[in-house]
Design a protein around this ligand. Structure first.
Ligand code: UT7
Length: 332
């Protein structure tokens, strides 16, 4: 019997024009192109400059235009917009509201979802369950960040890593074998000490003091986060592989959050899968938080085939982490 599934039926992406090189970063913090490439795996990343546009909704609009150019759809048919981001245009109104207005999705409801670098997989599982409820047939999942607005350009532990980008997927209800099969998601609330941005919320609302103390930037204890990212993503992938009675050889693609090439390689090694099965574009685009996974799907869209077994995995502040198992829905 063919079941109802939530299927990704199109992917769009956008990276801003400005290309920030390792050389340029080396001019303002004590680092080097060689160190960044060896320890993080990034050669260059994109940054949104005000000359080009402002706000994550600008990136989302561009990503939706890209999706529309390949997979045209009537914006009025979209029933829900889920926008995973940690850098909305404003605290309120939400970025999903701005996107609805800018793209003419006037029949949808929409909201922002905050799960840091795991935002895309959280949002996709949310869309999945809206569709499985039977009430919705077309949902847009957007995930992206303008991390340059919360990056301390004086902190060499973070400024070479972070970037700006946005991806979007159209998720539709279909009676088919393809689509989202399973999700394993976690949150433990344990990242306040080692991965945080403490200013601007209800504990430390913006003040002269929070600005002076550089509390409106992301800060991390890189080593602690690194280890937890590797074990959490590998464990989530193993859990989803086992409970769906598949083997690692049945998996065509692993799509990991792009935080550090060495994290990605360590996850692949723990899973015992060759790196050729793992989507990696961190060298070109850096870590755009919620944006990295859809940006990989955007880059690999032409290569993936209908029915391919794909596992998405992410880890981020919260801590939030998990994995999604899906069967790819189409040949581009
Ligand atoms: O998206 C989720 C959130 N973030 C992540 O998942 C990132 C997780 N962490 C990391 O990617 C890595 O821990 C970093 C890239 C942040 C740091 O790499 P590392 O290999 O863990 O470096 P480290 O902190 O152990 O530092 C090694 C050395 C230190 O020097 P000493 O003490 O050995 O003399 C650092 O001061 O490298 C130094 N260092 C740097 N040197 C040049 C740290 N950052 C830099 C830098 N350039 N940018």
């Amino acid at each position: 019997m063919v079941k109802l599934h939530a299927v990704i039926t199109g992917v769009g992406g956008y990276v801003p024009n400005y290309l920030l090189t390792n050389e340029e970063i080396s001019a303002y913090v004590d680092t080097s192109d060689e160190w960044i490439q060896q320890r993080i795996g990034i050669k260059e990343r994109r940054i949104l400059k005000p000359e080009e546009g402002i706000g994550v909704s600008y990136l989302a609009q561009k990503a939706i235009e890209d999706l529309q150019s390949k997979q045209p759809f009537n914006p009025l048919e979209i029933e829900a917009i889920i926008f995973a981001t940690s850098t909305p245009d404003y605290i309120l109104p939400g970025a999903a509201s701005l996107v609805a207005f800018k793209t003419g999705m006037n029949n949808a409801f929409g909201f922002d979802l905050s799960a840091a670098c795991s935002g895309f997989i959280y949002a996709l599982e949310t869309a999945n369950n809206f569709i499985l409820s039977g009430r919705y047939k077309k949902v847009i999942v957007i995930a992206g960040d303008v991390l340059s607005t919360v990056t301390d350009t004086m902190d060499r532990n973070t400024c070479p890593i972070f970037s700006d980008a946005c991806g979007v997927v159209l998720v539709e209800a279909k009676e088919s074998k393809e689509g989202i099969i399973d999700a394993v998601l976690h949150v433990d609330g344990d990242s306040v000490e080692n991965l945080h941005m403490l200013g601007g919320g209800s504990v430390n609302p913006a003040s002269h003091e929070t600005v002076d103390k550089r509390m409106h930037y992301i800060w991390q204890n890189g080593k602690v986060v690194f280890k937890k990212a590797v074990t959490s993503m590998a464990d989530a992938c193993n859990e989803i592989i086992q409970r769906n009675n598949i083997t690692k050889d049945d998996v065509k693609w692993i799509v990991p959050h792009q935080a550090n090439l060495r994290i990605i390689e360590a996850v692949a090694s723990r899973l015992d899968v060759p790196i050729s099965k793992v989507m990696v574009n961190i060298e070109k685009y850096g870590n755009s938080s919620a944006g990295t996974i859809p940006l990989c799907l955007w880059n690999w869209e032409k290569i993936m085939r209908k029915g391919d077994n794909v596992i998405l995995t992410a880890f981020g502040a919260g801590y939030t982490w998990g994995a999604i198992y899906l069967k790819w829905g189409y040949n581009a």
